[in-house]
Design a protein around this ligand. Structure first.
Ligand code: NAP
Ligand code: MG
Length: 501
C-alpha cells in the first residue's frame, strides 16, 4: 500500500500529518483486521480510523524483525553507531514535541502542559540514557586454567515483542525501545488500541533516525488479536508487557509456548505511609502528586494512604486544601490540571469502585462524583478528585486498583501496624513513606514488600534507576542497567589455548 497519511486538525488548532498504516520494515502497510477507531476522551468523538493488524500481519512484522536481526545493516554496525541512532531518535522526538504532545493529549486526555513538559522530555531522557549504554555493554574474562581463556559475550536477546498501555503511550514506547535498541535487538511494538496516535508519529521518525528496515516495527491492533498473536508467536524471543495483571497472566501463558523471556509490569495498589514525625505539609503535597497525577492513571500511584492517627486531622486538612487547587476540564485549556479519564470503561469502573467503597462504609471527604455535566459540559469522562477516609483493610477499595483520581485514607497507631497494612496486598510495585527519623527512613524500606520505595517523595522515577515490582505487580525490571540486562543474553566462550588429548 502507498503511505496513506491524513491531516488531522487538533482542538488546539494544530494540524498534524499522520500515517494510518502498519509500520513494518520501514514501510507503511495496510492491515487485514477490522480498522480501529480512536476517540478523544474529552468530547467522546472519533478522532480517526486506522489500519489494524491481524495475526498474519503480526507474522509479517516478526519476520521482518527476524531478518533485520541478522542483516549486516544492524548486526554488524558498531555499538557506538547504535547509540548515535538512539540519540538521533531522541532529538527528532524533541524537534516534533508539539505534534507529539498534541496527539497525546487529544487521544489520552492528559493536560497539554503535561504532555509537552513532562511526557515528551521523559521519553527523550530515557532514549538518551540508553543511547549512552550502547557502547558500554561488555562481558567478562574468567580465570580458569593456563590452557583456557574463558570469557562471556553479552549479546542481544533477539526479536522482542512489546505491548504497551494507554496511560503513558509515548513514554512507555521509549522505555521499551531504549534498552532494546541499545542492546542490538529488533522489535515489534503494539500500542494500546485506546491511544494509538503518538506511536504512529514516532514510527515516522524511525527511518529518519537511521534505523535500518525491520529493526523497529510498530503495529496497531487489538489486544485479543494482534497482542495475542505477538505473545504466542513462536519466533519471538522475548516479550515485554505493561498493563493489567490479568492480561499479564495471559501473556505469561502464551509466552510459555516457546519459553520466551518475559518482563511484566502490571498493576499496583501502592501505599504511602505518613509517620507523625514527618513534614506534614510535604507529605500532603507528595501524596497529592503520587495519587492524582495523570488523572490517577499511574501503575505506581501511591493511592493507599496510611497515616499515623496522631497527625491524621492535620494531614487530612493539608491534603484537602491542596486538592482544591485542581482544575478539571478541557486538557488543552491552559489552566487545566486534570483532564478526563481515558475511556468510558475506565470512567464507569472508577465510579463503581467509589460507590462500593461508600456502601462498605468509607466517608467521602471530597469529590466522589462525575464532572461530565459541569467540567465537560455534558461530554467527556471527567471525575472529581476523590478522597475517601475511614477505609479499613476489609474494604474492597483497600485492595482493588482503581486507576483513577481516588485516594483512600487508613489510620494506624504503630510502625509495625503501618508495615503490616502496607504489605496487605497482592501487589508489590511501589511504596512511599514520610518521616524525619533517619533510622526509620532506613529501616522501613527494608520491610516493605515492593520493588520501589520513595522516602519523602512519591512517583519521581529516573531513567537511571530500576523500575518494577514484586508479587503480582510483575516480573523483572525496566530502566537502569537492570532494564538493559533483560534484553541481553550471556554467552560463555571456552577458548582452548593448549590443552591436548
Ligand atoms: P490491558 O488490557 O492490560 O492493556 C494493556 C495492553 O495489553 C494493551 O496494548 C492491550 O491491547 C494489550 N492486550 C490486551 N489483551 C491482550 C492479550 N490477550 N494478549 C496480548 N495483549 C493484550 O489494560 P486495560 O484493559 O487497558 O486497562 C485495565 C486495567 O489495567 C486498568 O484499569 C489498570 O488497572 C490496569 N493498567 C495498568 C497499567 C500499568 O501501567 N501497569 C496501564 C494500563 C492499565 P488493546 O488495548 O489494544 O486491547
Ligand atoms: Mg483515544
Amino acid at each position: 500500500m502507498e503511505n496513506i497519511e491524513i491531516q488531522l486538525k487538533a482542538p488546539n488548532g494544530r494540524t498534524v500529518v499522520l500515517p494510518t498504516g502498519l509500520f513494518i520494515n520501514n514501510e507503511w502497510k495496510s492491515g487485514s483486521a477490522k480498522r480501529l477507531e480512536t476517540r478523544s476522551p474529552t468530547d467522546e468523538q472519533v478522532i480517526c480510523s486506522l489500519e489494524a493488524a491481524s495475526a498474519g500481519d503480526i507474522d509479517l512484522a516478526v519476520r521482518s524483525a527476524r531478518a533485520a536481526l541478522t542483516h549486516a545493516s544492524w548486526r554488524d554496525i558498531s555499538a557506538a553507531e547504535r547509540g548515535q541512532m538512539l540519540h538521533k531518535l531522541a532529538a527528532l522526538i524533541y524537534e516534533h514535541k508539539e505534534d507529539l504532545a498534541t496527539l497525546e493529549t487529544w487521544d489520552n486526555g492528559k493536560p497539554y502542559s503535561v504532555s509537552l513538559e513532562e511526557d515528551v522530555p521523559e521519553a527523550v531522557a530515557c532514549l538518551r540514557y540508553y543511547a549512552g549504554w550502547a557502547d558500554k555493554i561488555h562481558g567478562q574474562t574468567i580465570p580458569t586454567t593456563c590452557q583456557k581463556f574463558a570469557y562471556t559475550l553479552t549479546q542481544p536477546v533477539g526479536v522482542c515483542a512489546q505491548i504497551i498501555p494507554w496511560n503513558y503511550p509515548l513514554v512507555m514506547a521509549s522505555w521499551k525501545l531504549g534498552p532494546t535498541l541499545a542492546a542490538g535487538c529488533t522489535v515489534v511494538l503494539k500500542p494500546a488500541e485506546q491511544t494509538p496516535l503518538s506511536a504512529l508519529f514516532l514510527a515516522k521518525l524511525v527511518e529518519a533516525a537511521g534505523l535500518p528496515p525491520g529493526v523497529v516495527n510498530i503495529v496497531n491492533g487489538r489486544g485479543q488479536e494482534a497482542g495475542h498473536a505477538l505473545a504466542s508467536h513462536m519466533d519471538v524471543d522475548k516479550i515485554a508487557f505493561t498493563g493489567s495483571t490479568m492480561v499479564g497472566k495471559e501473556i505469561m501463558r502464551s509466552a510459555s509456548l516457546n519459553l520466551k523471556k518475559i518482563t511484566l509490569e502490571t498493576g499496583g495498589k501502592s501505599p504511602l505511609l505518613v509517620f507523625e514525625d514527618a513534614d506534614i505539609h510535604q507529605a500532603a503535597e507528595w501524596a497529592f502528586i503520587g495519587a492524582m497525577s495523570n488523572q490517577g492513571q499511574v501503575c505506581t500511584a501511591t493511592s493507599r494512604l496510611l497515616v499515623q492517627d496522631s497527625v491524621l486531622p492535620r494531614f487530612l486538612s493539608a491534603l484537602l486544601a491542596i486538592i482544591t487547587r485542581t482544575v478539571v476540564g478541557n486538557p488543552f485549556a491552559k489552566d487545566t490540571t486534570q483532564g478526563p479519564q481515558v475511556t468510558q470503561q475506565q470512567y464507569d469502573k472508577i465510579l463503581s469502585l467509589i460507590g462500593v467503597a461508600v456502601k462498605e462504609g468509607a466517608k467521602v471527604e471530597c469529590g466522589g462524583q462525575s464532572l461530565r455535566e459541569t467540567a465537560g459540559r455534558g461530554r467527556g469522562y471527567f471525575i472529581a478528585p476523590t478522597v475517601l477516609s475511614g477505609v479499613t483493610s476489609s474494604m474492597t477499595i483497600f485492595h482493588e486498583e482503581v486507576f483513577g483520581p481516588v485516594l483512600t485514607v487508613t489510620s494506624f497507631e504503630t510502625e509495625q501496624e503501618a508495615v503490616r497494612l502496607a504489605n496487605d496486598s497482592i501487589y508489590g510495585l511501589a511504596a512511599a513513606l514520610f518521616t524525619r527519623d533517619v533510622e526509620r527512613a532506613h529501616r522501613v524500606p527494608q520491610l516493605l514488600q515492593s520493588g520501589m520505595v520513595w522516602v519523602n517523595s512519591s512517583n519521581d522515577p529516573n531513567p537511571q534507576v530500576p523500575f518494577g515490582g514484586i508479587k503480582q505487580s510483575g516480573i523483572g525490571r525496566e530502566l537502569g542497567e537492570a532494564g538493559l540486562s533483560s534484553y541481553l543474553e550471556t554467552k560463555s566462550v571456552h577458548l582452548n589455548i593448549g590443552a591436548k588429548l
